[in-house]
Design a protein around this ligand. Structure first.
Ligand SMILES: Nc1nc2c(c(=O)[nH]1)N[C@H]1C(S)=C(S)[C@@H](COP(=O)(O)OP(=O)(O)OC[C@H]3O[C@@H](n4cnc5c(=O)[nH]c(N)nc54)[C@H](O)[C@@H]3O)O[C@H]1N2
Ligand SMILES: Nc1nc2c(c(=O)[nH]1)N[C@H]1C(S)=C(S)[C@@H](COP(=O)(O)OP(=O)(O)OC[C@H]3O[C@@H](n4cnc5c(=O)[nH]c(N)nc54)[C@H](O)[C@@H]3O)O[C@H]1N2
Ligand SMILES: [Mo]
Length: 760
């Protein structure tokens, strides 16, 4: 290999993931945000039976009863919320909104926790303190003045508790709309739409215990060392047990290669580590469906091999439990190996080896993340994972199943308690029976449709329960200016972000309690509840004093807005928030799966919601699990031009979605910067671009005006050929808002055809 010239901020990182590097990074997060003594106690309270649920990821804990599980990025999430820094009315008096606009996303959030409700004052271009009562009255007045309730968008980000989310959907539905853009629409919507068609359940089927019994893991498109760090403990145990872990990822992610468990005293003292992946396949960006078709085709061939005594395909399971297998076989037979190899970037032999490992395993788990879902064919991708599992009867038995890695810590729970733009008849009937009003049945907007309605000038009010919608969505050039045309934007938030600075005719920021803080209501201290990736519902109780006496809880804020908007409401808003047990009783009344909610959630570890597919009960229209065919092999339109690459957008190790904790991405060898694009060295050479050159990137979609991003730095990286990667949200300007999965509405953040050229 030729020696690369030095590029500022780019260094090779040779150590395993985790280990001492993780401990050092945690100490740094604590030092920068909190008092060390306070932090030790706070971190110790994370994911304890009587503590709070980690606001980081949705990976479950061993029954939420284990001793402290160390997690660097969980520590960052907690210290970021429990910071000593404050954004007060004095802060806003000092900094005009137009000045703050020029701050980076990192600087905005690191200014600290919001302490007071504030409203935008156009004359001074500043946010100014406002009383809670005045804020609620103003919101109520604008909402009541709308001609049509469908002109209002109610956005939810997945950190909201079940109690907050339930009240929020109730408020919007009594007001009269199903416009529920939700962070899940940018995330695992392909799972929520795809899996019900396949197996009659839009959630994962495995539990944490299943990982103790599996003998093969096929991992697709997720980066747990950064995004689900507590999963690394599980993968580490499986690897030590000798379970093969086969990884499909265009990038060589360090934590999937080797990991040193900071909980393991021997590994730490000897600088030891475990190899995680037994085989690592650098599939092309967007090439997973082709790879999966290849594995299924090879599996068929094995099954047809004369003289095999044990059948490779579970024909008995298929006959009893599924439909559509013959059509799948016909499609696989008609698909040529050469096309599979070209579309996946993987060789036939490699895919045959995976099929052979799968054929020998008794219990297989497939975990997957955004590398599968955020595509124009995200729903179809998810369904290919289900097909592969169904072929060997790997759903509904111990140690096997499908394992979507959810994003936000309660994104799954928010959907369970009614945040959906397409409500089912059952839920609507129960809301009506419980509360005595008729909720709207007409489908509302998801995230992309909601923003499109704002751009069209049709939606006039945006209420955000957390999040940073404008920055999280694709195409800021369209989204940012449209936000300024709204009549009103309301943001319920813990920290300042760019969406708050897109001030509309009126803009109000309402500061709320975070997970880590005490929530005291008239009946006493409250717990809230959340649902993790494995459908376990458990309680979360904040432990720290609130950062300001003016904060209110999310349920209290929603109730305040609702009471001010709906003077003749059928819902006793203010009574409900006096004691959250009352909200949970209402959740139980609307969702029968929450039977005995208040009792069961007080059992340490909580309870699991029913998952029919785990008992081989398929809640599909046919009553069977369905094989669903992926038509063709490619998701992107074929651009007949060898210079077209596929761009994927990814998270660094120092960020939580649009929250940037720091500018390093240690495991990928990037320090102090985020303006880079990862490219294979042979692709660089073919384009006559050098490692470290400044480049411009331009979308290459037929019949679309190209979107451009300029002045990024090209970095030679171990990534599949033909694929390039850049950080989210910096690269969102290259994702067209209209380029999304038609079935689930999920933007194609993980595959956009682009060209790159030397910076002009
Ligand atoms: N610390 C931290 N934790 C988080 C988050 C965070 O930002 N920071 N975000 C939370 C949220 S909301 C979510 S949704 C999850 C996200 O968790 P992940 O799903 O892990 O998120 P990403 O970093 O977007 O991408 C994951 C991986 O997909 C790979 N990939 C990209 N394109 C493709 C492809 O076409 N095929 C395949 N097979 N792989 C591909 C990338 O190389 C990357 O390793 O994490 C949650 N947890
Ligand atoms: N290009 C590209 N774009 C993407 C993605 C990608 O992979 N690539 N991923 C997508 C995904 S998976 C997701 S989930 C979305 C994320 O989209 P969002 O959920 O909208 O964004 P976040 O960055 O998680 O939101 C951060 C803000 O939430 C607020 N916040 C934090 N904690 C709390 C709390 O406890 N309560 C309240 N009320 N507010 C709080 C803070 O003000 C903070 O600034 O982005 C999507 N966008
Ligand atoms: Mo997400």
């Amino acid at each position: 290999m030729t020696r690369q010239r030095p590029v500022p901020g780019i260094k090779r990182y040779n150590a395993p993931a985790g280990g001492w590097g993780a401990l050092k990074a945690t100490a740094k997060a604590v030092r920068e945000q909190m008092d060390a003594s306070e932090a030790a106690v706070t971190l110790f309270r994370t994911n304890k039976p009587d503590g709070f649920d980690c606001p980081g990821c949705a990976w479950p804990d061993k029954e939420h009863t284990s001793t402290f599980q160390f997690c660097e990025n969980g520590a960052k999430a907690v210290t970021w919320e429990a910071t000593k820094k404050r954004v007060t009315p004095e802060f806003f008096a000092e900094h005009a909104v137009s000045e703050l606009w020029n701050w980076t996303d990192y600087e905005l959030e690191s200014a600290g926790r919001l302490t007071h409700p504030v409203a935008y004052d156009r004359a001074s271009d500043r946010y100014k303190a406002i009383s809670w009562e005045d804020a609620f009255q103003r919101i109520g007045a604008v909402l009541r003045a709308q001609q049509d309730p469908n002109h209002v968008e109610f956005y939810t980000s997945g950190r909201a508790s079940n109690e907050a989310a339930f009240l929020y959907q109730l408020f919007a539905r009594e007001y009269g709309t199903n416009n529920f853009p939700d962070c899940s629409n940018m995330c695992h919507e392909a799972t929520s739409v795809g899996l019900p068609q396949s197996i009659g359940l839009g959630k994962g089927t495995v539990s944490l215990e299943d990982f103790d019994h599996c003998d093969l893991i096929l991992s697709f498109g997720h980066n747990p060392g950064t995004n689900h760090p507590r999963m690394m403990g599980t993968l580490h145990e499986c690897a030590k047990r000798g379970v093969p872990i086969i990884v499909f990822n265009p990038l060589r992610e360090r934590a999937l290669e080797r990991f040193a468990d900071p909980q393991n005293a021997i590994e730490m003292s000897t600088f030891g580590y475990a190899n995680i992946a037994s085989s690592y396949y650098q599939v092309k960006v967007g090439g997973d469906a082709a790879a999966l078709k290849g594995i299924m085709k090879a599996l068929l061939a094995l099954d047809r091999t004369p003289g095999r005594n044990a059948p490779v395909i579970d024909h008995a399971f298929i006959a009893e439990h599924t439909r559509g297998f013959e059509a799948l076989v016909a499609d696989l037979d008609a698909t040529a190996w050469a096309d599979i190899e070209a579309a996946s970037g993987l060789e036939r032999g490699a895919l045959e080896a995976v099929a052979s490992a799968y054929a020998q395993a008794n219990a297989t788990i497939i975990p997957y993340g955004m590398g599968i879902t955020q595509h124009t064919k995200g729903t179809d991708n998810v369904q290919q994972l289900a097909n592969l599992l169904l072929m060997r009867g790997q759903i509904g038995k111990p140690g096997a199943g499908i394992c979507p890695l959810r994003g936000h810590s309660n994104v799954q729970g928010d959907r369970t308690v009614g945040i959906t733009e397409k409500p089912g008849a059952d839920m609507l009937a129960r809301i009506e029976a419980t509360f005595g009003f008729t909720p709207p049945a007409e489908h509302g907007h998801d995230a992309v449709a909601g923003m499109q309605a704002i751009i069209a000038g049709q939606s006039k009010v945006l209420v955000c329960l957390g999040g940073n919608l404008a920055v999280a969505l694709p195409d800021p050039e369209q989204c940012f200016p449209a936000m300024a045309e709204l009549d009103l934007a309301v943001h319920i938030a813990t920290k300042l972000n760019r969406s708050h600075l897109l001030v509309s005719k009126e803009a109000i920021i309402l500061p709320c309690l975070g997970r880590t803080e005490h929530d005291i209501q008239p009946s006493g201290p409250q717990i809230v509840t959340v649902e993790d990736s494995m459908s376990m519902v458990h309680s979360s109780r904040g432990k720290l004093p609130p950062v300001s006496e003016y904060l209110r809880s999310e349920p209290a804020i929603i109730a305040g807005m609702a009471a001010a908007t709906l003077p003749h409401s059928k819902v006793p808003w203010l009574e409900l928030v006096e004691d959250y047990d009352r909200i949970r009783d209402m959740i139980e009344a609307v969702f029968p799966d929450f039977q005995d909610f208040n009792t069961r959630v007080r059992v340490p570890g909580g309870f699991r919601l029913p998952l029919p597919a785990t008992q081989r009960i398929w809640k599909t229209p046919s009553g069977k699990a369905e094989f669903i065919i992926f038509k063709g092999l490619n998701e992107d339109p074929i651009v007949a031009d060898g210079a077209v690459l596929r761009l994927t957008t990814i998270r660094s190790h120092d960020q939580y979605n649009t929250t940037i904790y720091g500018l390093d991405d240690r495991y990928r060898g990037v320090f102090g910067r985020r303006d880079v694009v990862f490219i294979h060295m042979d692709d660089l050479a073919a384009l006559n671009i050098q490692h470290g050159d400044a480049i411009d990137i331009e979308t290459a979609l037929p019949a679309q005006t190209p979107l451009r991003l300029s002045g990024f730095t090209a970095i030679a990286h171990n990534i599949a050929r033909g694929s390039i990667a850049a950080y989210y949200p910096e690269a969102n300007g290259l994702v067209p808002l209209t380029y999304h999965d038609p079935q689930s509405g999920t933007p194609s953040y993980k595959s956009v055809p682009v060209r790159i050229m030397r910076h002009a």
